[in-house]
Design a binder for this molecule. Structure first.
Ligand code: SAH
Ligand code: SF4
Ligand code: F3S
Length: 440
């Protein structure tokens, strides 16, 4: 049996797909890149914005054309659109089975049923079974994603995630530490802890576990060189966490803290639970304690009720805080959320685009200015991969999440090298290797 998995959405979906791949490979199935070769196709979907959902329906169209020629092809859908649409997805003849974000540990049995020719939806919660001993097939040999908390309890008014991923559930700390130790013994040197809100980690366990404690325990594991975590929630970002990062030389100096808007009126309508002033103070506190930290954020433009003044407050915030990166999104009403039910999506598409463009330009200028300061400096990176479009070139990441491009051979992937920066842009930095660590 040959299978193909297509993954949309966030790193958590990627990590889930790695678990699905692991189980199917253990079952004796072979992963294939080309969908026309596959006997089973699984699409792991994202529903965060309409655009993400549309991409999935586009993919279904492509699969439909393959299925017309290959009648016994079995097609499964999982991820956030699966949770959102459930039975409705079976109305589409291409789809044979649908399973939930918390049903992944049962993928073995789910596939068996599907191969018998049944068409069904399976949504049961077995997330606890997805522990550190689960076999995963990971793309990278040196950098691993490790989901530490599932779900979200925040219910920001615009967001579908709490409906598709369920309530917060933390994995026990010993289980995570076991997984990381095993990864370290396989040669992994970088770990990214994942969760919709990693700062909630441990609260539901009621045993004193927290993200700060987890990070300080993980950095003791021999072989682990760098630790990342995504995504943080401003209101829950603790002083203890700031201290742990400041003290460490392994935890990345990179924090992703979505602000969403610079207007208190909009933050309130979004149900984010903090004010602009709170956010600004938090950033100042973090920067004071961790001087070389880089902070990135997410912003939504065109939220219902966002006036020109509200938008201007966001511009001002971006101008003042000088983020390392800003992920910008245009508001997209998601069926079933509070905002979709109670607020009218009143801002014209053209106006939303104008606001998006304005912020994009501003951030580009900020990025260009921040990056200029790296010129002629030497940085240390862990080499991530080859540059697909330019043979002979590699890219790596600094501890504060700067992407650096340089010439070198692929044997350097997963190693630390020193680079002298000779050119900067609004995006990556470019440089030359000055020193490399020799791995023994
Ligand atoms: N848990 C994270 C991110 C979740 S989704 C957090 O709290 O920020 C990733 C990003 O998508 C969000 O930060 C938000 O900026 C964006 N997003 C979520 N729902 C959206 C919607 N309905 N329309 C537009 N952007 C949205
Ligand atoms: Fe969505 Fe808010 Fe939860 Fe992030 S914290 S996943 S934006 S509900
Ligand atoms: Fe998308 Fe679901 Fe992740 S909506 S962003 S795949 S949690």
């Amino acid at each position: 049996m040959k299978f193909h998995i297509k993954t949309f959405g966030c790193q958590m979906n990627m990590n889930d797909s790695e678990a699905i791949k692991g189980i199917l490979k253990l079952k004796g199935f072979t992963p294939v890149e080309d969908i026309t070769e596959a006997d089973i196709i699984i699409v792991n979907t994202c529903a965060v914005r309409k655009k993400a959902e549309d991409k999935f329906y586009g993919k279904l169209g492509e699969i439909n054309r393959v299925k017309k020629r290959k009648k016994n092809l079995v097609v499964g859908v999982c991820g956030c659109v699966a949770e959102k649409e459930k039975e409705k997805l079976l109305e589409n003849n291409v789809v044979d089975f649908v399973f939930g974000t918390r049903s992944i540990p049962r993928i073995d049995q789910i596939i068996d049923e599907a191969l018998k020719g049944k068409r069904f939806v399976y949504m049961e919660d077995h997330i606890e079974e997805l522990d550190g001993s689960f076999p995963r097939i990971r793309d990278s040999k040196h950098h691993a994603w490790v989901t530490i908390i599932y779900g979200c309890n925040k219910f920001c008014s615009y967001c579908i995630v709490p409906y598709t991923r369920g309530r917060e559930k933390s994995r026990p700390m010993p289980d995570i530490l076991k997984e990381v130790s095993s990864l370290a013994s396989q040669g992994y040197i970088e770990i990214t802890f994942l969760g919709q809100n990693v700062d909630s980690y441990g609260k539901d366990l009621k045993d004193g576990s927290s993200l700060a404690k987890l990070l300080s325990e993980t950095e003791k594991i021999e072989g682990i060189e760098r630790l990342w975590f995504l995504t943080s929630y401003p209101k829950d970002f603790s002083d203890e966490l700031i201290e742990v990062i400041a003290r460490s030389n392994k935890i990345a100096r990179s924090i992703h803290l979505p602000v969403q808007s610079g207007s208190n009126k909009i933050l309130k309508l979004m149900n984010r639970g903090y004010t602009k002033e709170f956010f600004v103070e938090l950033i100042q506190k973090i920067r004071k304690a961790i001087p070389d930290v880089s902070i990135s954020t997410d912003i939504i433009v065109g939220f219902p009720g966002e006036s020109e003044e509200d938008f201007y407050e966001t511009i001002e915030l971006v101008e003042n805080l000088r983020f390392e990166r800003v992920n910008l999104a245009v508001y997209s009403p998601r069926e079933g959320t509070y905002a979709a039910k109670h607020f009218i999506d009143e801002i014209a598409q053209s106006e939303k685009s104008r606001r998006l463009q304005k912020l994009l330009e501003l951030q580009k200028r900020i990025n260009r200015d921040i990056n200029k300061e790296y010129l002629n400096k030497e940085v240390e990176v862990i080499v991530e991969n080859t540059l697909e479009k330019t043979p002979g070139f590699l890219y790596g990441r600094t501890i504060n999440n700067k992407i650096v491009i340089f010439e070198g051979s692929r044997e350097l992937i997963g190693q630390k090298v020193h680079i002298k920066i000779c050119r900067t842009t609004a995006g990556p930095l470019y440089g030359e290797i000055t020193k490399q660590e020799v791995k023994v």
